[in-house]
Design a protein around this ligand. Structure first.
Ligand SMILES: [Zn+2]
Length: 427
């Protein structure tokens, strides 16, 4: 129930990043080349007597290095590789690298596979809502590797794709980069089809982890099916890999030209001012209720980062904390979309001391009196018990500011005393 300050901070930084990190005036057109899979994650693989075992991770690396060599000849380009050898950077590492470098384009190269040998051809994915069911198979294969890495688990755990927060974040991201991503994807698939005479399955939208957190136009290119004989022979050959690399390289040139980001424009580009923080903190009041809801209660409609403050016998549920207007407005939107139609933002003066009264922490409400040997009463000193309408209320501590109470609540949580509520006593 307490604001999970760490994860919230992460979420906040994420949204903040999406909103304000517009790549500033950059001289070079920066491209992140991501060779899919690597290390212990082989990706798709098949054995063919002609070529031995073909592994996705080797093909993607080879293609990416070829694209990189072509780009590096041109001083207008800066190339960043997520890997240059047979290793496995986590998806988080790949995304973080791309975001930190403020890249203009993120290209993840992959190889497709199917249980049947019939499907063949290329397809390019951009981040977006699922369009059809067949895409789900690709999403699953490419997303599964996420569970190889502990860092990914932590990073993505807070972005449950079903949670309203993620949907909002996705929407922001999509609207901003979808068009450019689609444009680049269409150049790639166009080259595959027209120059290389491959069968293009087109540009599709899909919710893929490796693209999801990128703050730049991003695509994931499936360069062919390793499960199909003709495709596999092509993917495993030098000729095939060269053609694929050249087609992607040409697509980069066309894309750069199309969006007109040459040096002259980049220099004259005005950098967007960074948003100034507000004086007060803002929390979104979701509802007031005589009932107490713990984290994950359906009544909270999937929202996280809830702070509950009890006042005059009513539990008030607040969502999110921020001192940025844009994040506050976004939080209201999230709350409303989650179903709290009357959600409003409430301003809090940071570290304000209560003139009259104090904050305390309600640690338990029980029908029966707690045993003196209970963990709670043994662990905490000076617990106050009051009886009201036949119920026992246990409170702990006196704090003059909300922040102190939040801090104390966190300490209680670390001791295993959870689902407590901050109570504001105005007397
Ligand atoms: Zn792959």
């Amino acid at each position: 129930m307490i604001t999970h300050s760490f994860s919230f901070k992460k979420y906040f930084l994420f949204v903040f990043f999406l909103l304000f990190s517009i790549s500033g005036a950059q001289k070079k057109f920066t491209i992140v080349l991501d060779a899919g899979h690597g290390g212990s994650d082989h990706g798709a693989n098949r054995y063919y007597s002609e070529l031995g075992t073909l592994r996705e991770k080797d093909i993607t690396l080879s293609v990416v290095l070829k694209i990189g060599r072509m780009l590096e000849k041109d001083k207008d380009f800066k190339v960043i590789y997520t890997r240059k050898i047979d290793e496995y950077p986590s998806l988080t590492d790949r995304t973080t690298l791309a975001n930190r470098s403020k890249a203009d384009l993120f290209i993840s190269v992959h190889v497709n596979a199917n249980v049947k040998t019939s499907p063949y051809g290329t397809e390019t994915f951009v981040q977006g809502p699922d369009q059809n069911k067949t895409n789900l198979e690709v999403a699953k294969a490419e997303n599964d590797v996420i569970y190889l890495d502990e860092k990914d688990r932590q990073m993505f755990a807070s972005y449950d794709p079903k949670s309203p927060e993620s949907l909002i974040a996705l929407k922001i991201q999509q609207s901003k980069y979808l068009e450019s991503s689609l444009l680049f994807g269409s150049f790639v698939e166009g080259n595959f089809a027209n120059k290389d005479k491959r069968f293009s399955r087109g540009v599709k939208q899909q919710n893929l982890h490796v693209l999801r957190l990128n703050a730049m136009p991003s695509v994931l290119i499936e360069t062919g099916f390793i499960s199909n004989y003709e495709d596999a022979m092509y993917l495993g050959s030098d000729r095939g890999q060269n053609e694929i690399a050249e087609s992607i390289y040409d697509a980069i040139l066309s894309y750069k030209k199309a969006i007109g980001r040459n040096d002259t424009i980049a220099k004259s580009e005005v950098e967007k001012p960074v948003e100034e923080p507000l004086k007060n903190d803002f929390r979104i009041l979701l509802m007031s209720s005589p009932s107490k809801y713990n984290d994950n209660d359906p009544a909270l409609k999937g929202l996280n980062y809830i702070l509950t403050i009890k006042e005059n016998g009513l539990y008030k549920y607040y969502y999110g904390t921020t001192n940025f207007a844009s994040v506050r407005d976004n939080n209201i939107k999230t709350a409303k979309e989650a179903g709290f139609r009357n959600a409003t933002s409430i301003s809090f003066v940071p570290n304000q001391k209560l003139g009259i009264g104090y904050y305390t922490i309600e640690i338990a409400v029980t029908e029966q009196k707690l045993n003196a040997n209970s963990y709670m009463l043994n662990t905490l000193k000076d617990v106050v018990r009051t009886k009201e309408n036949g119920k026992f209320y246990y409170t702990y501590g006196r704090f003059s500011s909300l922040e102190e109470a939040v801090k104390a609540q966190k300490t209680l949580e670390d001791k295993g005393i959870k689902n407590t509520v901050i109570q504001k006593n105005l007397k």
